[in-house]
Design a protein around this ligand. Structure first.
Ligand code: GA4
Length: 329
């Protein structure tokens, strides 16, 4: 007798290759910042200038909050596809998505939930209540970490108003905060030894900052300033902070948004990551902060609002240089 198994929809995606990063010395290229240490502001600013990315420890989010979300999210992704779609709606861009990222042809070896947060309410009423609660607890906690990081950034930049960046994102009425839960099942597609299958293609995040937490399955890589890709060793106890395009503009290029990507896992374990994206209100003007500019320094970017940038970004492909059309030189 021959066993007939239902075709796995993930098997249908075009095979994209993504070189595995060389674990060599680059792992140590990822700065680590103790958010509770006295020198945290200087360390955050140095990391944002040099790499645009850092690992944050001593962030104050209890493990029970991250663990609860991980367990609930894994249970959600184990449900049949149709049930997940019925509960969350198909991603357009918010909702449940599988392999398609955005609406311009990008694909990856993953499924995900993309949700908008508003007044700390995850706007997907029909998610299973335990997942909804776990997401709300998580996002309330991670948003505080985001707020703290933005205060440290303001201090590290020497701004008089330490609350300026935080106030653009956290707790601001109408700010544009998103949370994304990415599930990368073990990849069954063949790939040559030095390549893996792309889980999430290379891109920068359009927002001000992003904070990522994953389980202990590897896959995330960041692009260093010298062009090499560095693997980010997973650490479920840390948050990984990304500089987004909008922060690059607010600092007139002093901080640079980091390119990152995910290679799908090959072993038996899924990768699960949860990312908080801190974006401002649509009407927020995104232009270099006058306080960071030296006398006579010219803006590198034409001025825009977050709403304009976001709608332009959502028309691009993942790997596009989204700030290009806004650059002045
Ligand atoms: C990248 C960062 C966030 O995941 C995201 C992504 C968004 C989406 O998944 O719909 C985009 C991507 C992201 C930038 C370019 C466009 C839009 C997919 C895509 C191809 C939610 C976001 O804000 O921008």
């Amino acid at each position: 007798m021959v066993a007939i198994t239902a075709p796995n929809p993930m098997e249908q995606i075009p095979l994209m290759r993504c070189p595995k990063a060389n674990a060599g010395q680059q792992g140590s290229a990822i700065p680590c910042v103790d958010l509770s240490a006295p020198g945290a502001a200087a360390a955050v600013a140095a990391a944002c200038r040099s790499v645009g990315f850092f690992r944050a420890i001593n962030h104050g989010v209890p493990a029970c909050v991250t663990d609860a979300l991980e367990a609930r999210a894994m249970a959600f992704f184990a449900l049949p596809t149709q049930v997940k779609l019925d509960m969350s709606g198909a991603a357009r861009p918010l909702g449940y998505g599988s392999k398609n990222i955005g609406s311009n042809g990008d694909v990856g070896w993953l499924e995900y939930l993309l949700l908008s947060l508003s007044s700390n309410t995850v706007k997907i009423a029909s998610l299973p209540p335990p997942l909804r609660t776990a997401l709300e607890d998580y996002t309330a906690a991670v948003r505080e970490v985001g707020g703290r990081v933005l205060e440290l950034i303001a201090e590290g930049l020497g701004l008089d108003d330490r609350g300026l960046l935080r106030a653009m994102v956290v707790g601001r009425e109408g700010s544009d905060e998103l949370v994304r839960v990415n599930h990368y099942p073990p990849c069954t597609l063949p790939a040559p030894g030095d390549c893996g299958v792309t889980g999430f293609g290379e891109h920068t995040d359009p927002q001000i900052i992003s904070l990522l937490r994953s389980n202990c399955t590897a896959g995330l890589q960041i692009k260093l300033r010298d062009g090499r890709w560095a693997p980010v060793p997973p650490d479920p106890e840390s948050f990984f902070v990304n500089v987004g395009d909008s922060l690059q503009v607010l600092t007139n290029g002093r901080f640079r948004s980091v390119k990152h990507r995910v290679v799908a896992p090959e072993g038996a374990q899924s990768r699960l990551s949860v990312i908080y994206f801190g974006g401002p209100a649509p009407a927020q003007r995104i232009a270099p902060l006058p306080q960071v500019m030296r006398d006579g320094e010219q803006s590198l970017y034409r001025e825009f609002t977050w709403g304009e940038y976001k709608s332009a970004a959502y028309k691009t492909r993942l790997a596009d240089h989204r700030l290009g059309p806004f650059e002045l030189r």
